[in-house]
Ligand binder design. Structure first.
Ligand code: NAP
Length: 367
């Protein structure tokens, strides 16, 4: 089976209108206009609806839990990732248009999908649709399961050298015969919109250094905290999970925001006790309803990254998606909590679009 290359031009622009790609315009040490440590959204600030300020409790001075339901039962505010992601997409669409009109450049995202995994195909389809919705061009390469690592790297190299591509994403997981590190390392760091390149992660971890891109899911978590005005500085934060793509970068980001961070993982002996002290919890475990209401400090802010299918006879699909955190219990204890679905999930794609726009701006030196 030969690879298929699909090009979606979601704008009226053509490649010939693009400005020449210039590596020198994007030196590795180029100053990156990071908004604090999270990375640039480079879009107009989001105007919050009239919310209460969700300043989380200090460890010694818990603020009251928000009551927003009748019946007097404590009820946390829902952090609406779907709504925030929509706002961000609108902001990005405006910026994409501005860039196109000013310099004739349309940001482009290339996605490489290897194999026949249905979930991966769905993620890629959603990313493509999201690109179209904001006017970003999308390029897609589909390769058969039995492709070689070299074949995948060949496409990455082509995209590295293609001036109409500003972001390259390799959909994970790759088939087991491939070395994921070899493949990810082949992505040019200036187009690493997933932020998984070791140089980007290394810079994220170092004081005084800034990554060119921050991984999308943890960036989305921090963006939600910012947009809901949750104070991070000086707070106790616990990240549950330490994966390269979510838990570890989320902990690094919280640390860069001056939180005091603990990481809980599968070998942690007393997760409940550690979580109980946290003002902010980011959970990325993949265990349905693992974090109970009794684990939470009253007034804590909970960001639930987990997406876990559980049996549900009432659903036509026979299952529903739940998070790592028992949502109903958390709403009675926390001051704010993300739902699953509709919390972090939509933010991940919004951050991918944001990284792609930032990349195009940086490459073309457009403010
Ligand atoms: P992962 O690579 O499997 O990592 C899971 C982490 O959780 C590991 O660090 C593991 O510890 C830890 N862990 C597992 N069981 C635990 C337990 N009982 N107690 C404490 N820690 C435990 O998963 P991931 O890729 O980070 O994804 C995590 C979840 O987030 C999944 O549900 C995934 O579907 C979801 N996700 C959502 C998005 C989104 O956009 N919303 C994006 C990515 C992932 P060890 O390191 O010790 O093994």
């Amino acid at each position: 089976m030969s690879p298929s290359l699909v090009f979606t031009d979601s704008s009226t622009s053509t490649a010939s209108r693009l400005l020449p790609f210039s590596r020198t315009a994007t030196p590795f040490n180029a100053a990156v206009s990071l908004r604090r440590s999270v990375g640039p959204l480079n879009v107009r600030p989001f105007v919050l609806p009239p919310l209460r300020t969700l300043s989380v409790n200090s460890s010694n001075n818990p603020s009251p839990v928000i009551n927003d339901k009748s019946g007097g039962e404590a009820c946390a505010r829902v952090i609406d990732g779907k709504m925030v992601a929509k706002q961000i997409r609108d902001e990005i669409a405006a910026e994409v248009l501005k860039m196109k009109e000013a310099i004739g450049v349309v940001p482009g995202l290339a996605v490489i999908l290897v194999g026949d995994r249905k979930d991966s195909a769905t993620y890629v389809r959603n990313k493509k649709k999201a690109c179209e919705s904001v006017g970003i061009n999308s390029f897609e390469v589909r390769l058969p399961e039995d492709s070689t690592e070299q074949e995948v790297i060949k496409f990455i190299s082509e995209f590295n050298n293609d001036p109409s591509v500003h972001g390259i994403l390799v959909q994970l997981p790759l088939p087991s015969h491939m070395d994921e590190q070899n493949v990810l390392n082949a992505v040019d760091i200036v187009k690493d919109v997933d932020g998984f390149h070791p140089l980007n992660i290394g810079r994220l971890a170092m004081r005084g250094r800034d990554p060119l891109f921050v991984p999308c899911t943890p960036k989305g978590c921090i963006e939600l905290l910012h947009r809901y005005a949750v104070e991070i500085k000086g707070k106790r934060a616990v990240v549950i999970g330490r994966s390269n793509i979510v838990g570890m970068p989320a902990a690094l980001l919280l640390q860069r925001e001056d939180a005091t961070v603990s990481i809980v993982h599968s070998r942690t002996k007393n997760p409940e006790e550690i979580v109980k002290h946290a003002d902010i919890i980011i959970s990325a475990v993949g265990q349905p309803n693992m974090v109970r209401g009794s684990w939470l400090k009253p007034g804590a802010v909970v960001i639930d990254v987990g997406i876990n299918p559980v049996e549900d006879a009432k659903s036509p699909r026979g299952y529903k998606l739940v998070g790592d955190v028992c949502y109903e219990e958390a709403r009675k204890v926390a001051s704010a909590v993300t739902p699953v679905p509709g919390g972090v999930g939509p933010m991940t794609i919004a951050m991918l679009l944001s990284n792609t726009l930032s990349s195009a701006k940086r490459i073309h030196n457009f403010q």
